[in-house]
Design a protein around this ligand. Sequence first.
Ligand SMILES: Cc1ncc(COP(=O)(O)O)c(C=O)c1O
Length: 372
Amino acid sequence: MEFIDLGAQYCALKEEIDRNIRQVLEETDFIMGKQVAEFEDRLAEYLGIPYAVGCSSGTDALQLIYMAYGIGEGDAVFCPDMTFVASVEPAFMLGAEPVFCDIDSRTYNISTDSLERQIKAVMAQGKRKPKAIVAVDFIGNPADYDALGRIAKQYDLLLIEDAAQGIGASYKGKKCGTFGDIAATSFFPSKPLGCYGDGGAVLTESAEMRDLLRSLRVHGKGSSKYDNIRVGMNARLDTIQAAVMLPKLACLDNEIMRRQEIAARYNEALKDKFEIPFIQEGSVSSYAQYALLAENAGQRDEIRAKLQEKGIPTIVYYPNPMHNMKVFAHCFTGGESFENTISYADRTFSVPFSAYLTSEDQERIIDTLRMM
Ligand SMILES: Cc1ncc(COP(=O)(O)O)c(C=O)c1O
């Protein structure tokens, strides 16, 4: 059994994907071909915002955002302690200090209490300027944007949505990828909307920001790529990746519906055995992953071993909280204990999940888990 069956999705969309790839090969417009602009328009339309700027990965989308806002030396960027390193790695590389916040014990998203404590701690220390909050839609579950918006306003902070795992999700009827001042997403193959390599996008409502991002993703270009007016990157979205994603985007909402059905089946069958995902009232998760919590690390490891024996793969997202990473060892921790994040990292495991997971496989997974 595959953890995420990308092959089954390819089989379902094979005709359109093959045709689109062949068209790019025949037209040989590999860099910034027309499919990139078409995909950007369709994605923006899907999200209900004016602009999507395609780029080379989710990490680069975040870097482009940090560069566009001039985030760097002397700035503090607040981020959940449970995320993928790329949420803040580019800000750190640009000289800013990541300040990690504990997660909420139910949603596993950034805890607004911890965030406020950390903002106050940074202000009290007086060494860095609180600059931005990076909210992550962790494993597809939308962050609490009403509360985060209030905090961002109160402390005059930029609110950046890291929607790498959140495309297809929504919060109070609004799609993830549209929250805060600006958002980034990833098209890593296993994401809810994935390509066949690396890809990402920045999502914005501002035409001025769109133009700046378009310049930054092509070496800080001015009127042409040989007229460089600022320091930028080579961070374009490949034409082939855009062509691959056009049919995938067209069926994303159907896949998200299917994900809700499978998650509901898992939830019902497993709720008395494990801690199941908690999705806030008004939120729809993209279920980028379906994660369960065991009682403790020991039980989690036993369960994973048992599933492995039965040929059922599992993955832990993520085993190591950010504050514990060697790369961030010297960063300001503000005296937080990160107890929710540590408990989550010790107990979480994700089971096979995708819109194409067969009913038989779902049953096998449920039956094996229920025997624990
Ligand atoms: C929360 C989060 N942020 C950023 C990224 C980076 O995306 P990419 O792998 O496309 O660079 C990822 C990808 O795993 C992610 O999960």
